[in-house]
Design a protein around this ligand. Sequence first.
Ligand SMILES: *Cc1c(COP(=O)(O)O)cnc(C)c1O
Length: 340
Amino acid sequence: MNLSKFIRQNILSLAPYSCARDEFKGNARVFVDANENPFSNGYNRYPDPLQIALKEKIAKLKRVRPSQIMLGNGSDEPIDLVYRIFTEPQKDNVVAIAPSYGMYGVCADINNVEYRKVVLEEGFALNADKVLAAVDENTHVIWLCSPNNPSGNLLNRAEIEKILKGFEGIVVIDEAYADFSSEESWLNSLDKYENLIVLQTFSKAWGLAGVRCGMAFASEEIIGYFNKVKYPYNINLLTQEFVFKKLDEVAEKEKQVKILLEQRARMSAELSKKSRVKKVYPSDANFLLVEVDDANAMYKELADREIVTRNRNNVTLCKNCLRITVGTPEENDILLSEIQ
Ligand SMILES: *Cc1c(COP(=O)(O)O)cnc(C)c1O
């Protein structure tokens, strides 16, 4: 792959900021290089800009190399960086499936990059040929999300593979909901596809939406560009330490996922019985896309009862749909009794 062909011109030649922590690594007796307050309180020093200790732990868990990982302030940071690294505003374009996660389009708008939507097929299925047909010589990125938000379904592996093979530029597969599906992660294909970026996050199954930590996995070369463009200290020390500690609690995460999957099956079955529910779409994620008689009305009626759902009525293919996250058993009880 000729990666440089897809890099924004000024980023190719960018000399990145060199911070004090880049220039000297290791142990020293005296640190007077970064204008910090020297009196120790645990947080008076700048954090590791490349989060090596945390990445080594994540690498073991995910069976990748630390050099294949970029950590961001949520997945939102790598999503924005993809535009800033791989697209020239007002010239290049990206292709994305629709419906999908809203941030891909918002970041395109912020970066002044054309966002081409390819509508999914019946059952929110991916049609690789349709996606590839939207590509032209200025297409630098294709956005895929599997399991997809807001539809909840996994995208077909063979169709994704066709896109990875048929498109020379960057293919992003957002796996924010991977922990809730039994399908193999695309992380295992990183060495096979040099144009692949996989996104995962601590915000969903790991229960850490509040700490803001997302992961991008890609070739060492692509990660090198992320490191060059990101803010030097983008992951603060509190987050690095907290996520490091939480990574020891895989069993707890899996226990919670198991409960949520049971609750997902229960919610799907119970919601389907409600007279105002027209359809509950199958889900490989921790939410259900539910078609109701009148989504705007039901959204409001539920909100009046202090139950907040996500109204997707105005989203492509989601007319009269609410997106409902699987809650605790108690939260789900309340929703089921109020939705009558
Ligand atoms: C929730 C979600 C994310 C996670 O975003 P963070 O910034 O990591 O919290 C990423 N992608 C999709 C599709 C999501 O639904």
